[in-house]
Design a protein around this ligand. Structure first.
Ligand code: HMG
Ligand code: MG
Length: 315
């Protein structure tokens, strides 16, 4: 089959915004550095498939993430499609300066809910990460940028074990209070389960200004997404082809695959604005560029039986 049978279920939003992180979260963890022209084509294909928010790259320290050291070159080359937002990750003022040189209109800061990961990912303590982010957000807002925040290790941390829910809420609120329009709850190592997701969203007082960002390390990402949608969340991060992971988080693997998410959402009658065939074609192309198969189950199923765009398209 090339598209799911559509049967709606109660208690779900009519439409979900998929915040695509493949070019950033996906490619930051690739063993090899992907050529900049491949990255630019990946971004263009994602826009052509219907994505309206594509996180393009990171202005982090190039030695910390060599895979994205070509951020400036990518932004110089990248075509922008009308109506598409292209946020970039920015940790500090140096990163903001670099992003502003390219006329970036939206950035994302990324905090940690745990002490150990703040040290490993940001070279900061849990407390001092806020001192790094505060001037970034203030200056970005002065320049008229939109600022999103991530909070990582929301469910568990490889060094500290389960993350206390109140600790996630405290860190998350402080990031939002800097002036961010949205907070994306990151399950960086994919250990969360649906009841935990519901409890975390409730602890924030409901879904307002929350998005979710699941890695699929333990196979829970789709179930967790459904729990988040039932709790009222309408923005879901995903990575086309299911590539991704954080180089500073032991055992982090790919993000929830956009195709797997789209299959579920379209089956539930939830609109995404995305063309599944184009996404699968893109992931099949990218897998050939990366030299390994896509981890997405939908890409594997549909890619193994390529579309015949004739009468048997729905066979
Ligand atoms: P640091 O070493 O503490 O930096 O790194 P510093 O402030 O001490 O500066 C040291 C030198 O680096 C200075 O140069 C700076 O100019 C330079 P010098 O004066 O010595 O010549 N520098 C920079 N150069 C270019 N761009 C910059 C930059 N910043 C400083 N932005 C820092 C601190 C935050 C920079 C570093 O720890 C870093 O880059 N970390 C990023 C790690 C990362 O990208 N991880 C992956 C993304 S997070 C993620 O994947 C999780 C997420 O997906 C959600 C989830 O799954 O949970 C978002
Ligand atoms: Mg991530």
């Amino acid at each position: 089959m090339r598209e799911p049978y559509r049967i709606s279920a109660a208690g779900l939003p009519e439409r979900v915004t998929i915040y695509e992180v493949g070019p950033r979260d996906g490619l930051q963890n690739e063993p090899a550095v992907v050529p900049v022209e491949v990255k630019a084509e990946f971004v263009a294909r994602l826009a052509a498939a219907g994505h309206r928010v594509i996180e393009a790259t990171s202005f982090v320290h190039p030695k910390w993430v060599p895979q994205l050291a070509d951020a400036s070159e990518l932004l110089t080359r990248m075509e922008r499609a009308p109506g598409v937002r292209y946020p970039v990750l920015v940790p500090n003022e140096r990163g903001l300066d670099r992003a502003l040189e390219h006329g970036v209109q939206e950035i994302a800061i990324f905090g940690s809910a745990t002490e150990t990961f703040a040290g490993k990912n940001l070279n900061r303590t849990l407390e001092s990460q806020f001192e790094m982010f505060a001037p970034v957000v203030a200056r970005a807002l002065d320049h008229g940028l939109r600022v999103r925040a991530y909070v990582s290790m929301c469910f568990g941390d490889p060094w500290e074990g389960p993350t206390p829910i109140d600790q996630v809420v405290t860190v998350g609120r402080r990031l939002l209070d800097l002036g961010c329009y949205e907070l994306s709850l990151g399950d960086t190592i994919g250990v969360g389960t649906p009841g935990h997701v519901t409890a975390l969203i409730e602890a924030f007082g409901g879904p307002s200004r929350l998005a979710v960002h699941f890695h699929d390390t333990y196979g829970q990402a789709l179930a967790n997404t459904l729990a988040a949608l039932r709790a009222g969340v309408t923005v879901v991060d995903a990575s086309t082809g299911g590539i991704g992971g954080c180089p500073y988080a032991e055992s982090a693997t790919g993000n929830l695959a956009t195709e797997d998410l789209v299959w579920m959402l379209h089956g539930l009658g939830v609109e995404t604005g995305l063309d599944l065939e184009s996404l699968v074609e893109t992931s099949t192309w990218l897998a050939a560029e990366l030299g390994r198969p896509s981890p997405s189950r939908v890409v594997q199923a549909m890619g193994a039986n390529p579309a015949r765009r004739t009468t048997d398209q729905h066979a």
